[in-house]
Design a protein around this ligand. Structure first.
Ligand code: PMT
Length: 413
């Protein structure tokens, strides 16, 4: 019998920590991917109860889930793990979120019509927790009018869909119907949980990421080493706390789940996007390595070697984006990439840019700054405070910056 959840006593603190997820698994060849979903949820600190339809048990053994979750999966409506009473009602009540992955066409039909003839649909009907479904089926089944009507009905009722993705299907055909990847499913879970209870729910956060490209001619540009990783990590951390996130990016990284990405390249494009989006924003976090200079007059045609001999390119200074946008309620967070006099330079920039927080990072350290997955920063504030953080993942740097942002938002109320 499964004990009521008490939350992990150890384990990672993060958006999934201590959250109770009911994972419904239905009959689909993609059911094996639900094992990885369960594993990732557990690794994130969630308490995962698995409910399976009989068809799901034809594709994957309950034992796989029991081993990963350390909890007995629910497979039989009439013999629910030896529990007495209304096991599905108890399971439904405990859930912070119900995820059904993969969700077959037949499961979508049962959910849409309120049928409750297996443990998954039974629990879904009994829960008031948010329900997230990740469909998996052949393209013809997904596109069928019946499935689309069921999808529309479920969406109207607040059920959220993760996918399906398009690509090669089990039938060998191409089309929409693939289960989205387990990492993306887990990101959907985090985003949904964040919107329910996150401390940034209802807030709009604009984040910039990557380095600008300033054209010299149609094939060459002036750029820098920013990969965009720090900005993307901040955006994901803000999404996981419930914020509506707009990510203005120069980086060719995949769009994070649940985040609106505005792709830009030059300083001019970045500036225009920031100016427009901050009008309705609560927070601006400038992690982008913004170009301070641009060629005064980019060449219209490719410069040919020898044509110009030695070349001198005149550069014009770009406007300071973060310094020139403001609104009474906008909290501004800047980053400072420094190679020397880290704290002095960062403190000077904090003032000059009119920001509330400045995240100073020494980009000469091999495990911090450009392109790596970790960062080592000191957060300076406009009251003279300095919080030196240890080496952290870029996501955790985002978390710590957002802790300070959340404090400022609370104070401003
Ligand atoms: O992208 P990664 O590879 O993950 O690397 C992360 C990072 C090192 C780029 C990031 O952590 C970082 O430090 N970003 C800021 C880099 C930078 O441009 O620093 P700066 O000192 O030149 O600018 C200070 C602040 O003013 C920044 O917030 C910058 O976005 C902003 N700025 C700068 C120039 C300008 N014209 N307008 C601006 O708004």
């Amino acid at each position: 019998m499964n004990a009521p959840p008490s939350g992990p006593t150890t384990g990672p603190a993060g958006p999934l920590a201590g959250r109770h997820i009911v994972l419904g698994v239905t009959g689909s060849i993609a059911a094996y991917k639900a094992v990885e979903v369960a594993s990732r949820l557990v690794q994130g600190g969630a308490i995962v109860d698995v409910a399976m339809t009989r068809a799901a048990t034809e594709f994957i053994a309950p034992l796989s889930f029991r081993s990963l979750t350390a909890r007995e999966p629910y497979t039989d409506m009439f013999r629910p793990n030896g529990e007495f009473g209304e096991a599905h009602v108890e399971l439904a009540r405990r859930a912070d979120l119900m995820l059904i992955a993969p969700a077959s066409a037949s499961m979508l039909a049962r959910l849409a019509h309120g049928l409750a003839d297996d443990f998954v649909s039974l629990t879904a009907l009994a829960t008031v927790a948010p329900v997230l479904v990740a469909p998996a089926m052949d393209a013809q089944m997904w596109e069928h009018a019946a499935t689309q009507a069921n999808r529309a009905m479920l969406e109207q009722r607040g059920v959220e869909f993760a996918g399906p993705a398009s690509g090669r299907l089990a039938s060998g055909r191409m089309g929409a119907g693939r289960l989205v990847e387990p990492t993306a499913i887990v990101d959907h879970v985090k985003a949904r949980l964040g919107r329910e209870r996150g401390d940034l729910a209802g807030r709009t956060v604009v984040v910039t990421a990557g380095g600008n490209r300033e054209a010299i001619d149609p094939v060459r540009f002036i750029g820098n080493h920013s990969s965009g990783k720090q900005g993307y990590a901040v955006a994901e951390a803000a999404r996981d706390r419930g914020a509506k996130v707009i990510l203005i990016s120069t980086a060719p990284l995949p769009a994070p789940v649940g985040v609106r990405v505005i792709p830009v390249s030059s300083h001019r494009e970045l500036f225009a996007a920031v100016r427009e989006t901050v009008l309705d924003a609560d927070v601006l976090i400038m992690a982008a390595a913004v170009a301070d200079y641009r060629p005064a007059q980019p060449f219209e045609r490719k410069i040919k070697r020898g044509e110009a001999g030695d070349l001198t390119i005149e550069l014009h200074q770009n406007e300071d984006i973060i310094a020139s946008v403001s609104s009474p309620r906008l909290i501004k967070v800047a980053f400072a990439a420094e190679t020397d006099d880290l704290l002095d330079n960062a403190a000077r920039k904090l003032k000059a840019k009119g920001a509330q927080l400045m995240v100073a990072n020494d980009v000469t350290a091999p495990d911090a700054g450009f392109a790596v997955d970790t960062n080592r920063v000191t957060i300076l504030d406009d009251r003279g405070g300095a919080d030196e953080l240890p080496l952290l993942s870029k996501y955790d740097v985002g978390v710590r910056v957002l802790d300070r942002v959340a404090e400022l938002l609370r104070e401003a109320r």
